[in-house]
Ligand binder design. Structure first.
Ligand code: NAP
Ligand code: 3JM
Length: 333
């Protein structure tokens, strides 16, 4: 079997670390792993297959001889270095928002639109974590009943904002429980411990946040540009796992029972839906797992063709690292 030299850009971050775990767990045919990060990480190592691999400083020359480069070090890093990688012959799978809406860049969730990969010109984009789990849940319903409109509200964990955000929730929680008052805040505009913040990424002129517009535009690009989408994205004091309340309006009537049947057969999704036994997905249970979980599936009593559902996934896996590695697996098939 052919093996590949794989670079992970942002290897010391929460997404990069998870990429390295997923490459190992899924036995991706790696000839050599090249972990890249900033100068700050020089001297650090990452663990891969029981070995400590030295982290190297990211430079344009880092991409000489690289076959596949997985990027998750922020949009400005991708903007500058993804073209450098492509120029040197690598295929880039980018986890940032920088190239997602570029017409020349496929935006891919393999269970939904693996076909789009055929068109790639060196860069392939991975969607936002909240978009990835949403489209996996919507795809089977759209194929059967044609979705006309989606209203989604998210409950997003702090790991979606990186390693410093995880520390911030830990420190604030400890400090407040120890009676030391509200500690410093850096990553979030308000204290996130014991709070809920309806603000992710920056506010735009239309009153939405950039995170909300990412979900709207990316869902349309991946699934169907005809679907009307509106979103409210909210940060909650959970470490790992994003949850979404999803209201779906369809052209054709679809029952809750049929939705359960469709989702049970669909790839990448598991139904956990037995309210009588308190069975429904939660982020703590979904953390560390690969599937998108769906539950609380019911017919919306306020309109004719409406479905309500609750979906949960590990944002670092299906939302980021796993989806990126699945794209790489499709590419080498
Ligand atoms: P993180 O934990 O803060 O890690 C950031 C990583 O980027 C670290 O490895 C860091 O290296 C590296 N980095 C930062 N500045 C750099 C520079 N100037 N040169 C080289 N490397 C640099 O963040 P994260 O949660 O892993 O997220 C990283 C990025 O992935 C985000 O900014 C976002 O664009 C993307 N992301 C995508 C999704 C998705 O849904 N697809 C989800 C979350 C994040 P050092 O340790 O050396 O600083
Ligand atoms: C998730 O460029 C940056 O500062 C990163 C911002 C960011 C993004 C993004 O826009 O790429 C943080 C967390 C994402 C994302 O997946 O959209």
């Amino acid at each position: 079997m052919k093996k590949y030299i794989v670079a992970v850009v942002g290897a010391t971050g929460v997404v990069g670390q998870e990429m390295i775990n997923v490459l190992e767990q899924r036995k991706f045919p790696v000839k050599k792993l090249v972990p890249l990060a900033s100068e700050r990480s020089l001297g650090m190592t990452v663990k891969y297959k029981g070995e400590n691999v030295d982290v190297q400083e990211l430079k344009p020359e880092s991409f000489e001889n690289i076959d596949i480069a997985l990027f998750s070090a922020g949009g400005s890093i991708s903007e500058k270095f993804a073209p450098e990688a492509v120029q040197r012959g690598a295929v880039v799978i980018d986890n940032t928002s920088h190239f997602r809406m570029d017409n020349n860049v496929p935006l891919v969730v393999p269970e939904v639109n693996a076909d789009a990969l055929k068109e790639h010109q060196g860069i392939i984009a991975n969607p936002n974590c909240s978009t990835a789990q949403l489209v996996v849940a919507l795809k089977p319903i759209h194929d059967y009943a044609t979705i006309e409109r989606v209203v989604v509200s998210t409950y997003q964990s702090v790991s979606g904002a990186g390693k410093e955000a995880i520390s911030e929730l830990e420190n604030q929680t400890r400090s407040m429980l120890n009676g030391q008052g509200q500690p410093e805040k850096n990553k979030f505009p308000y204290t996130i411990a014991f709070n809920v913040i309806p603000h992710i990424d920056v506010f735009l002129d239309n009153g939405y946040t950039k995170e909300e517009m990412k979900m709207i535009e990316e869902t349309q690009k991946i699934l169907d540009s005809e679907i009307a989408v509106t979103a409210t994205t909210v940060r909650v004091p959970v470490f790992i796992g994003h949850s979404e309340s999803v209201n779906i309006q369809t052209k054709k009537k679809i029952s809750a029972k049929k939705v359960r049947e469709l989702l049970k057969q669909a790839p990448g999704i598991e139904v956990q839906d037995d309210p009588a036994s308190n069975i429904y997905p939660t982020p703590q249970e979904a953390s560390g797992k690969d599937p998108v979980y769906a539950g609380r599936i019911r017919e919306d009593i306020s309109m004719k063709n409406g479905i309500e559902l609750w979906c949960v996934a590990d944002n670092l896996r299906k939302g980021a690292a796993l989806n990126a590695v699945q794209i790489a697996e499709e590419l080498i098939k």
